[in-house]
Design a protein around this ligand. Structure first.
Ligand SMILES: Cc1cc2nc3c(=O)[nH]c(=O)nc-3n(C[C@H](O)[C@H](O)[C@H](O)COP(=O)(O)OP(=O)(O)OC[C@H]3O[C@@H](n4cnc5c(N)ncnc54)[C@H](O)[C@@H]3O)c2cc1C
Length: 475
């Protein structure tokens, strides 16, 4: 019988598999996707948010634990477990050497308008290179990997894991790590979670899924129905406003449009609906999907002028471009008169001080609602640009409740041999909101913990006492 069964093929699963194998366990990893689509949402990532008290290899200045924690506290509005959050934060300061040991490379610090050279370490080659490196390392260490195996059921004996099932096939193991993502790819479940709004729309029908099509939440649902303790609200997720032309799945990072804070955002009625300059974009980009989802028809329009060009990461696909506001309104299919009036009202309300997109500057509006509190400058310089945006769901926050050992809980009691990591438990730390790079920080920290714990649980049997002692001595 295999020691540790890991279910999933993304960052959390791979971290767990590598740690369990390094601890001496035999490991089998089951990935639902075919080999060419392996790596879940992790293949689309770019960076990891890292705590550090002084400049560290690719990170400039310092990003101490307390600041990281305060950032998380702010975006989650307190809906977070401080103990688990701090555990992930601390682990983010020490994991990069281990990652490098498994073939992950980091880029030199970025400069410019991204604000993240201090807080986030970027993967060379992105998440695809990271998961490829981990798969290579795992296979070199003897982890068995199977593709095209969507696990559909888990067999338990009380709160102990017994076996995983894929149709009629049954795979037993001494312990198991669940790392099969959230339920963001399951459109029916999203529809149910978001429900119907007052206009009779089903908002989730207009969502695009930014990542993998394989995170259907089958095991999340199965475990909750089997009595595992759940955490989080099914309608909470990381949801970004992305290019409305994106494909239904796997549009990834190239569908991002990052100019919202430099202009205004309008809805289908050509009206503004939220403060575009509330905070730095990396701290705010993940609220805009939800905001657009609450607008009629679940569509928004980001409008900028020539002054904004060059101040944000240019979108891969060009937006609409026009020499007058009226022409832009026509191109976007918005009511021309309302569009022009909205922009003119906004322009008249701008109180321009010293524009600086790298700080929370003093350019703001007065006398309009909603206000724009920073980076408010009139949209008055041709050419004008507009991007239609739709809610792009990144990952859901409903998850399984864990303790600091990543154990799945049943009625408040931790399982001795079933663990969970990544999106399947991110809701313990992220009740709502997001700050860039935290998904990979949670997955890396808890994937590594889950793998270590699963190995210990599997090897805690006659003939393996020495291992157990070693684990205790080093934990
Ligand atoms: C476009 C995009 C960009 C992102 N950028 C960043 C970033 O830069 N930094 C950051 O921190 N986070 C980012 N995220 C979020 C990040 O991807 C997740 O937080 C993280 O990858 C989650 O890792 P995971 O291993 O839990 O899930 P995943 O990587 O999604 O892996 C889940 C795995 O489980 C498999 N699976 C699902 N169901 C089953 C089943 N029943 N049986 C077997 N296998 C199954 C899937 O095929 C997949 O391999 C981004 C997400 C997207 C979509």
């Amino acid at each position: 019988m295999i020691d540790v069964l890991v279910i999933g093929g993304g960052n959390a699963a791979l971290c767990a598999a590598l740690m369990a194998r390094e601890a001496g366990a035999s490991v089998l990893l089951l990935e639902a996707a075919p080999r060419e689509w392996r790596g879940g949402n992790s293949q689309h990532t770019r960076n990891l948010r890292c705590m550090h008290d002084a400049p560290q290899d690719v990170l400039i200045e310092a990003y101490p634990e307390e600041e990281y924690w305060q950032d998380l506290l702010k975006v989650t509005g307190g809906q977070t477990d401080e103990r688990l959050a701090r555990l992930a934060i601390r682990a983010s300061s020490t994991c990069r050497d281990w990652m490098r040991g498994h073939g992950v490379h980091f880029q030199p610090p970025l400069s410019g308008a991204l604000h993240v050279a201090r807080t986030n370490a970027f993967f060379m080659g992105g998440g695809k290179a990271l998961v490829n490196a981990y798969f290579r390392s795992a296979e070199a260490l003897g982890v068995q990997v199977r593709y095209n195996v969507p696990v559909d059921a888990i067999e338990m004996d009380g709160d102990r894991f017994k076996a995983a099932r894929i149709g009629s096939e049954r795979i037993e193991a001494r312990s198991c790590v669940l790392a099969a993502g959230g339920f963001e790819s399951n459109r029916e479940w999203l529809r149910e979670a978001w429900g119907q709004n007052a206009d009779g729309d089903w908002p989730a029908d207009n969502f695009l899924i930014r990542g993998t099509r394989f995170n259907m939440g089958v095991l999340l649902k199965f475990m909750i129905e089997a009595g595992a303790d759940a955490i989080g609200d099914p309608s909470q997720s990381h949801c970004v406003a992305i290019d409305a032309r994106a494909p239904l799945y796997d549009g990834g990072i190239c569908t991002r449009v990052d100019c919202v804070s430099l202009g205004v955002m309008l809805n289908r009625n050509a009206e503004r609906f939220y403060d575009e300059g509330e905070d730095f974009w990396p701290k705010r980009y993940a609220i805009w999907g939800r905001l657009v989802a609450q607008q009629p028809g679940q569509i928004g329009y980001s409008i900028i002028d020539a002054k904004a060009v060059g101040r944000f990461m240019p979108p891969v696909f060009p937006g609409m471009r026009a020499n007058t506001l009226a022409e832009l309104a026509r191109q976007l299919g918005l009511d021309e008169a309302t569009f022009v009036r909205t922009i003119e009202d906004y322009n008249a309300a701008c109180r321009v001080g010293t524009f600086d997109h790298t700080v929370l500057d003093d350019c703001h509006t007065e006398g309009i609602a909603p206000a724009k509190t920073h980076w408010a400058r009139p949209i008055d310089t041709a050419p004008f640009f507009g991007y239609a945006l739709r809610p792009g769901i990144t990952f859901t926050y409903l998850g399984l409740k864990v303790n600091e050992h990543a154990a799945v809980h049943f009625g408040g009691k931790p399982s001795a041999n079933l663990f969970v990591a990544g999106e399947m438990m991110a809701g313990n730390v992220l009740g709502k909101g997001y700050t860039a790079g935290v998904g990979m920080a949670i997955g890396t920290a808890f994937g590594r913990i889950a793998g270590t714990q699963a190995a210990a649980a599997a090897l805690r049997r006659p003939g393996h006492d020495a291992f157990q002692e070693k684990q205790h001595a080093t934990s």
